[in-house]
Design a protein around this ligand. Sequence first.
Ligand SMILES: Nc1ncnc2c1ncn2[C@@H]1O[C@H](COP(=O)(O)OP(=O)(O)O)[C@@H](O)[C@H]1O
Ligand SMILES: [Mg+2]
Length: 220
Amino acid sequence: MIKAINLHRSYTIGKKTIEVLHGLELHIRPGEKVFLCGPSGAGKTTLMYTLAGLEMPQQGTVEIGGKSIYGLLTKARAEFRNRMMGFIFQNYMLMPELTALENASLATAIAGREATQEVTALLDRVGLGNRLDHLPNELSGGEQQRVSIARALAHNPEIIFADEPTGNLDSRNSNEVLDLLFSLADERKKTLVIVTHDPNIAKRGDRILTIRDGIVCDEA
Ligand SMILES: Nc1ncnc2c1ncn2[C@@H]1O[C@H](COP(=O)(O)OP(=O)(O)O)[C@@H](O)[C@H]1O
Ligand SMILES: [Mg+2]
């Protein structure tokens, strides 16, 4: 499903160059639930953005379903991403002026599709059936993250990327969010790629890929 081939990425600030991805290779199969682990600064977010077509590598490429995404023009790559992928972020990234229902409907709206019924059912499924008209600042952190889970799934993408999805949540809400994410991914046969620096939550996946020195150094 996702294949990274010889990914190189470095950042130069002033005279200093940091090698973040250094010939990184990985292969994630359809329907797998994989955690990308490693300490802060290891390059997990950079890798996730590179796998998702959001950050072009300086060398190497990413194949999604056999297609090299960096071989596509920017616009075609964005369309491919909108269709194939859903995203969940540590700080939720909900639009502050939109309701829960409107936020969760964003990806389907971008695709030009009205899907109020499906999105309402999805919000109901994540336990927010009575919060449809709430704005993000009228929701708790756990509730906001559940809206973003609904948003990530609403357009029925094949891959869900999550960057430290429980980073701002207490342990009870973290477990709730992960339980929901895992059961929805199972039910809908999604490929799940979750970034975390927390080895405790990473145990829940099918596989842990640990990033160190710019490569996958450990596969458990
Ligand atoms: N846009 C950028 N410009 C310069 N350095 C960056 C940029 N993005 C990330 N880095 C550096 O790359 C390294 C990896 O960052 P990141 O992928 O965010 O790590 P992680 O998510 O594992 O904490 C860090 O040292 C970070 O400071
Ligand atoms: Mg990060």
